[in-house]
Design a binder for this molecule. Structure first.
Ligand SMILES: [Zn+2]
Length: 256
């Protein structure tokens, strides 16, 4: 299989404020100050052989909020932080970070019913949020959004059977085109459980990506999942629906 990704259009999404677990950073920093430990002292107490690497990891954590669980456990012990508190901070962070993904999954029936409308309207099709992505080794991560996901599903792609009690719709996929090794994340259409799993043929998902012609312009949008769901309720939006239902034939790119 040949891949014709246009590399110039590939870019990693910029980190947003919700991408950073600042509550966790503050919690650690406050306890570190209270314990009167400098970064070097904290790094030394962590006890890893490579102190420079430990210092780098601590510095990265304070910028990104990213930290390995093994580090976090040790830091919690050294600074005498209740681990339940750390767990609660992390749970809050993940709930907020993935709140739009949760909305997408919870309201998928409504979204699916409006799929033709969404994929043809750039302000809705371009809605994206943490947890939607395609990441391909050596090629990068093209911008992904709900319009592209819906088009994949409509074309019969980016779906997996035998993962849960019903068909699973994939919302994130990462892998290597060479080895086929991959990791996918999706939700079950029936029970709405979220599943992380491997697909047997990652190449088919990449081929679907390569062949997909977005039904509308790919650009930034200010709309969020909450806006989309709110707009479904509004009279004005229901009114224009009939004008746009024909758009689904464009999205299917000649496939049945
Ligand atoms: Zn299920």
């Amino acid at each position: 299989m040949r891949l014709n990704f246009s590399v110039s259009t590939l870019s990693r999404p910029q980190p947003q404020s919700t991408d950073i677990n600042s509550e966790l950073i503050n919690l650690i920093q406050n306890h570190q100050q209270a314990a009167q430990l400098s970064n070097v002292q904290l790094a030394t107490k962590l006890g890893y052989k490579n102190i420079n690497k430990t210092m780098r990891n601590l510095r990265d954590f304070k910028q990104t909020g990213e930290i390995a669980d093994s580090y976090l456990h040790k830091i919690g012990e050294i600074l005498n932080i209740d681990f339940d508190e750390i767990r609660q901070v992390q749970a809050r962070y993940l709930r907020d970070k993935f709140s739009d993904r949760t909305l997408f999954i919870q309201h998928f029936d409504q979204i699916w019913a409006h799929r033709a409308l969404i994929i043809g309207d750039a302000s809705y099709a371009n809605i994206s949020f943490p947890g939607i992505y395609l990441s391909v080794a050596y090629l990068g991560a093209p911008g992904y959004n709900i319009g592209i996901l819906l088009q994949h599903y409509m074309n019969g792609h980016w779906r997996a059977d035998n993962v849960c009690c019903d068909r699973v719709y994939i919302i994130a996929a990462g892998g290597s085109p060479l080895s086929g090794n991959n990791s996918c994340h999706g939700f079950c259409r029936r029970c709405r459980s979220q599943k992380s799993f491997k697909v047997p043929a990652f190449g088919i998902m990449l081929k679907a990506h390569k062949e997909l012609k977005p039904a509308c312009q790919q650009r930034e949008t200010d709309k969020t999942m909450a806006d989309l769901l709110h707009d479904f309720q509004s009279y004005k939006y229901r009114n224009v629906k009939s004008d746009l239902t024909g758009i689904s034939s464009i999205a299917l790119t000649g496939k049945k």
